[in-house]
Design a protein around this ligand. Structure first.
Ligand SMILES: *Cc1c(COP(=O)(O)O)cnc(C)c1O
Length: 469
């Protein structure tokens, strides 16, 4: 399998070539040259597989430059009961007639990002060892992504993580999750500033190409193809659990921000998985809902980006969205470039032609939006009537899912985080504390390992230089 860019660069690259990279050189995102089709007999055979074996089968269709035995060992090391809590890895549970939740958040940081990031940690370690190289991952976080990256990379040979977070602005739980890590290759940098300051420093360091090359700076952001690929697996696993025959279809509802999660659903559907609808659920930051209702994609400014109680969906633009639009436009790289490079830079967005927009329905996408009041009502209803406690992001998913249930088609809502991470809103909705998984009861009291730095790029660079030995 080879990979190309959504903006027209068709230089063929292998999986290992793009694994450690972000954007393609022309500014586009990497996609495989085609989506392998999964036939009926194969899907039937996959029904009997463990999650790790299923992951191996799917990854093998897209990775041909890692020996099969190595890849197999790697996925079996990643998707274990010890790390994800159950043998099923992503078990389904019933909410009400026709609606189920797929648990994707039982990994070490209690959010679905572990599903991909844990694999990425093992892939990075493998590839870096093979090349005899090192990588220093630099990132900014206000919570989920940073902790998932740290838990994936902790103790990995050849990798260091430098994670910037705004001092005093994360929840006590999230701070404890990250700062309690004692691994020598994990560096928590607590920056005296807000999240935007952290992000500006990461950008400034990455734009210093000499520094970047010299100190081998990389990222693990959500546009990484390997992350997206890892997420394709749980759509197949959810489908196999919810159905008995391949004649049945299911719908998935996905709490969405950067469009990475639901884009993996799109890939699964392109491979032939019988998905009826892909329901894109947004919060008050409704860039994506607006697009799927109107055909207009309008990037928001900082002032227009709301801070909500489902913070991991608070986005101003959806960084993976270009991948879907490329497919929607019949893989026309020039048109995709005109929209994402030119129109967004000049006009802050674009509107598809009527013909182009008419094709969206054929890809199964529908959408909806959810507000703070909706989250509270949905969390309360799920707890009191259905007996299940859900987090704020999953509540957005369930709220919008219910607007798109079709008779006879199971609706699967992806659970993207556990309620323990968002205690404040759970208290507001239910008047009680969220359940906390065993082993995490006292993490706020654990010793913390972090360094406070001013919001100053040079000080961060100096820290990196001093700790890359
Ligand atoms: C990252 C995240 C999302 C959004 O996922 P995308 O892939 O960015 O669309 C939703 N919920 C939670 C809890 C997350 O951490």
């Amino acid at each position: 399998m080879k990979y190309l860019s959504t903006r027209g660069d068709t230089t063929p690259r292998g999986f290992s070539d793009i694994l450690l990279e972000g954007l393609a050189p022309d500014g586009g995102l990497y996609l495989p040259t085609h989506y392998p089709k999964v036939d009926d007999a194969t899907l039937t055979r996959w029904r009997g597989l463990s999650y790790a074996d299923l992951a191996f089968e799917i990854l093998s269709l897209y990775i041909d430059d890692i020996p099969a035995a190595d890849l197999k060992a790697l996925v079996h090391r990643t998707y274990t009961r010890e790390v994800f809590g159950t043998v099923a890895i992503v078990p389904l549970r019933r909410v009400e007639d026709g609606v189920q939740i797929e648990a994707l958040s039982n990994g070490p940081t209690l959010a679905f990002k572990d599903m991909a990031m844990q694999l990425l940690g093992n892939l990075f370690e493998y590839e870096l060892a093979r090349r005899g190289e090192e990588l220093n991952i630099l990132g900014a976080t206000s919570g989920d992504t940073g902790s998932a990256a740290e838990y994936a990379m902790r103790g990995k040979r050849g990798v260091r993580v430098f994670m910037l977070s705004p001092k005093g602005r994360m929840s006590a739980f999230q701070q404890a999750q990250m700062f309690s890590l004692q691994d020598a290759n994990i560096h928590n940098l607590s920056i005296e500033g807000v999240f935007d300051d952290c992000q500006d420093i990461v950008k400034a360091v990455s734009n210093d190409l000499d520094f970047k090359r010299r100190w081998k700076i990389g990222t693990v952001n959500s546009i990484n193809w390997a992350r997206l690929l890892a997420q394709v697996v749980y759509y197949f696993a959810g489908y196999c659990q919810a159905t008995k025959t391949n004649a049945e279809r299911v719908s998935f509802a996905v709490p969405s921000g950067n469009f990475g999660n639901v884009c993996a659903g799109h890939v699964a559907r392109m491979m032939g998985l019988p998905i009826h609808r892909l329901v894109v659920a947004t919060n008050e930051n409704d860039v994506l809902d607006e697009f799927f209702r109107t055909g207009t994609y309008r990037v928001r400014g900082t002032a227009e980006t709301h801070e909500t109680s489902s913070p991991s969906m608070d986005i101003s633009k959806a960084s993976n969205f270009e991948r879907f639009v490329f497919d929607l436009l019949g893989r026309d790289g020039a048109r995709t470039k005109a929209l994402f490079a030119d129109a967004i830079a000049k006009e802050g967005g674009f509107t598809l032609t009527a013909d182009e927009f008419a094709r969206v329905a054929g890809f199964g996408f529908v959408s909806g939006r959810s507000t703070h009041a909706d989250r509270l009502a949905t969390i309360r209803d799920a707890w009191q009537r259905c007996g299940t406690m859900i987090d704020t992001h999953t509540a957005d998913g369930l709220k919008v899912a219910r607007e798109h249930v079709d008779a006879g088609v199971p609706m699967i809502v992806l659970e993207t985080a556990l309620p323990a991470k968002f205690a404040e809103t759970i208290r507001e909705a239910l008047g009680r504390e969220p359940e906390r998984p065993a082993g995490l009861e006292g993490i706020e009291a654990l010793p913390k390992r972090f360094t406070v730095l001013p919001a100053d790029t040079d000080r961060v660079k100096a820290y990196i230089e001093a700790h890359c030995v």
